[in-house]
Write a protein that binds this ligand. Structure first.
Ligand SMILES: [Zn+2]
Ligand SMILES: [Zn+2]
Ligand SMILES: [Zn+2]
Ligand SMILES: [Zn+2]
Ligand SMILES: [Zn+2]
Ligand SMILES: [Zn+2]
Length: 248
């Protein structure tokens, strides 16, 4: 039985009360219904807000706690958390990673600007094992022709999407590549004593539209980590975003 806490609470995204529980894959089968906000599966032993009435509605605790409004340094207007895409085809295109999404998004109505919830929370600066000399800074566009870049981690092309870059070295990386620790892919196998990391099952089950999965699709042999889990070899600087609590 999943451990239950005496905490029943409501969330603007759902009409029923939710309760905070510890996810236990043995007793709670959520494989057919991912988190309604980020569309990713729960991580083992993670905390969830689960509907007290529906069998298949839950939010990660971290998704539940997302601010309803935020300002992002790359957009001039405040962004509102919306539970459904504001467009006819029930999907939005994330202006950060370029992938489509159908979960919650941070939306600017004026500009038809959308960010995946998790893309909106990307740190402004990260370090990655493939470029240990310098931090990689989040950039909303590349300095190259047609807003394209060649990812120095997965070696494929990205275009019209945000990237992590080291300006002084001209080192560029997809968002997903720079925030997923994978030092093995940049070393010849003979130089590494580490065993290859096995991809956890929930990573394989994550729908491709949930995050920038472009790099993973182009390099299917690269091990994937679940996006909610921070890899050991990625140090992230917390984003200095301003949380807006009052509604206007
Ligand atoms: Zn979630
Ligand atoms: Zn419900
Ligand atoms: Zn995105
Ligand atoms: Zn705007
Ligand atoms: Zn890449
Ligand atoms: Zn550098």
């Amino acid at each position: 039985m999943a451990q239950e806490f005496q905490r029943v609470i409501s969330h603007f995204s759902h009409r029923h009360p939710l309760k905070l529980i510890a996810y236990d894959p043995e007793t709670l089968n959520l494989t057919t219904s991912p988190c309604s906000a980020c569309k990713l599966q729960p991580s083992p032993s993670g905390m969830l807000y689960s509907c007290t009435i529906c069998q298949d509605y839950f939010l990660h605790q971290s998704c539940f706690e997302m601010p309803v409004k935020l300002t992002h340094p790359f957009h001039k207007h405040a962004l509102a958390l919306v539970t459904k895409p504001a467009y006819g085809d029930a999907r939005f295109k994330c202006d950060a990673c370029g992938e489509r999404g159908n979960g919650f998004s941070y939306h600017c109505k004026k500009c038809s600007f959308d960010l995946h919830m998790l893309c909106a929370m990307l740190p402004l600066s990260v370090t990655h094992d493939s470029h240990v000399k310098h931090n990689l800074e989040l950039s909303s566009e590349s300095p190259y022709l047609d807003n394209k870049f060649s990812c120095d981690i997965c070696m494929s092309i990205g275009s019209c999407q945000w990237l992590y870059r080291c300006k002084s070295c001209g080192f560029d990386a997809h968002l997903k590549c720079a925030t997923t620790g994978d030092a093995l892919s940049v070393l010849p196998p003979s130089q590494s004593n580490e065993l290859p990391k096995a991809a956890p099952p929930e990573a394989a089950a994550a729908p491709p539209e949930a995050m920038a999965a472009k790099c993973s699709r182009l390099a299917p042999s690269a091990p994937r980590l679940p996006p909610m889990q921070e890899p050991n070899n990625v140090r992230a600087t917390p984003p200095p975003f301003e949380r807006i609590t009052s509604s206007d």
